[in-house]
Write a protein that binds this ligand. Structure first.
Ligand SMILES: [Zn+2]
Length: 132
């Protein structure tokens, strides 16, 4: 078994993410691929797969917004019975990029890409005409 947090393991999972997205793998296929690698993971392969696919999309959305000089983002998504405190606190509110960069979801992954953390269903939506 290889520790997921080692660079080679991280490169395996994220490297296969690009393949998964480009070849339109299902979450199940990507999760099975992650499982097959025999890595020690911080979450189940399914949670890893869902989270990284979402993170990939969120990253592209940020890059696109910044190219358009959009710096404000609203935290959006639905409330569920297991919604994290971080998400409840930020849902429906708009923040400047610099504020988001300083946020801490307590899961050692950046809020700007991962929102509330592993398996979070919330995301940052650009707000082009926001007046602070
Ligand atoms: Zn969330």
């Amino acid at each position: 078994m290889v520790n997921y947090l080692e660079p080679t393991s991280f490169m395996y999972v994220t490297g296969h993410l690009i393949t998964a997205v480009l070849e339109k793998w299902s979450v199940e296929k990507y999760a099975a691929d992650i499982q097959k690698a025999g890595l020690i993971l911080p979450q189940t392969p399914e949670i890893i797969a869902i989270t990284l696919i979402k993170a990939f999309g969120q990253s592209l959305k940020f890059e696109k917004a910044l190219l358009g000089e959009v710096f404000y983002f609203e935290y959006v998504g639905i409330k569920r019975k297991d919604t994290r405190d971080f998400c409840l606190e930020h849902m429906g509110k708009t923040f400047h990029l610099e504020e988001i960069m300083k946020m801490n979801n307590g899961e050692l992954v950046p809020c700007i890409i991962f929102g509330g953390g592993w398996g979070c269903h919330h995301y940052w939506e650009p707000v082009p005409f926001y007046k602070s």
